[in-house]
Structure formats: C-alpha cells, structure tokens
Design a protein around this ligand. Sequence first.
Ligand SMILES: Nc1ncnc2c1ncn2[C@@H]1O[C@H](COP(=O)(O)OP(=O)(O)OP(=O)(O)O)[C@@H](O)[C@H]1O
Length: 223
Amino acid sequence: MNAIEVSNLVFGYTAHPVLKGLDVTVPEGALCCLTGENGSGKSTLMKVLLGELKGYTGEVRLYGKPLAAYRDLTWIGYVPQANVMSKVAFPTTCREIVVQGLYRDFGPVKVPRRRHFAVADAALERMGLQQHARKPFNELSGGLQQRVMICRALVTDPKLLVLDEPTAGVDGHSKARFLQLLADERQKRHLTCLIVSHEHQLISSHLSLDATYKIEDGRIVNA
Ligand SMILES: Nc1ncnc2c1ncn2[C@@H]1O[C@H](COP(=O)(O)OP(=O)(O)OP(=O)(O)O)[C@@H](O)[C@H]1O
C-alpha cells in the first residue's frame, strides 16, 4: 500500500500554478526526503498533504483513500521548522507544548485535563526528556526544542510523520542526535516519514533514505 500517492497535482495561490502536474508516491513505511530550491513548492506540497490547502486539481490519495474523503487527519504527525516554535514568547513549558498534540481530545471546552498531561509526561519520559518537562520551552536549546516537537507530533501515535526542515537552525551535534531519535522512533512505530529539507545530503549521511524527491518547475525530478 502507498501512504502517499499524488498524481497530476496542480495548485497555485494565484493564476500562476506553483505545482504543475506533480506526481509522487511514498510507499507505506518509507523514509523519504523532499528537497528543492527556495520557492519551488515544498511547503505548498506539504500543506496540500496536511489538508491545509484546498482548490487543487489532480489526485491526492493517502493510504488508498482520496484526501478529501478524510474527516480527520490526526493520524498525520507534523514537526514544524525549528525556528517557528523558538519564537514562542510566553513561558510555555515543554509538557504544555506536548499536550497540544492531544488538542482534538480536549472536549468542547478545549482544556487539557490531568489525563492529557499524564500522556504528555509519559511521552516526554519515553524520549528521555523528563527532566525538561516543566522547563519553559523557549529556554531550551534548538536541538532540545526539536526533540520536544517530535514528541508532540508522536503523542497521538501517528502513522505518517511530516517534518518541515527539522534540522535547520540547530547545531551539528543536535542535528545528528535529532536524526538518530527520528530513526529510533520510526523503527519502533513503523512510521512513514516525509522530511522536507534543504539538507538532504546531511540527512542521507545519517539515515538510510528510501527516496529523495526534488521539486523543480512544479514537478518532481530525480534528486
Ligand atoms: N500564501 C501564499 N500566497 C501566495 N503565494 C505564496 C503563498 N505561499 C507561498 N507562495 C508562493 O508559492 C511559491 C512556493 O512557495 P513554497 O513556500 O511552497 O516554497 P518552498 O519550496 O517551501 O520554499 P522555501 O524553501 O523557501 O521554504 C513561492 O513562489 C511563494 O512565494
């Protein structure tokens, strides 16, 4: 079964398409990297897959079912760019960041309960982050922040994990640790992973990638 199957995808924010008949297939369980120049459409493709952009033409199927037929995409985990979350200005603790991953289960009042924090704490502990659980997220190093973010993405036990430039802006040692953590979690959970990154060479030197896709002129070319 293919986790992701995109065919002839056309999407643009204006009359000029960014994605111009793009085809890509990611088999279930694969570890893939998506690369391309600035502005080539990597984030756009990622947002289509995450259900954030509508109005495309072509076909997008996830696990054999059309994307539009899913009412809920909580089984897709998402790790944002490191520098997006480091801008959190207020003193949110790491366990409060991780508990956000359970948002859909908060009920009508949308407030996390004790049981949600218990799940978040257990997830932090599994990743060896328990000593940071009650620290302010914005006081952690970039590398640790990324580990907390992957913890947030995995707290719902997703089948598919999409990571947006996960190693950008963190130091070399932290990049290596992060990629090792990703490799371990992927193996434990049989995850399908799509890593959007400029640093595909660095990633392929640490992880055994099943494929690297490159977007050029709105389509996938061989990387
Ligand atoms: N919300 C938007 N409205 C209009 N144009 C947009 C919007 N978001 C992105 N674009 C344009 O779409 C094109 C593709 O952008 P996208 O962010 O997908 O590229 P990218 O490959 O992820 O770039 P980067 O590597 O710089 O993150 C660019 O020309 C960008 O300016």
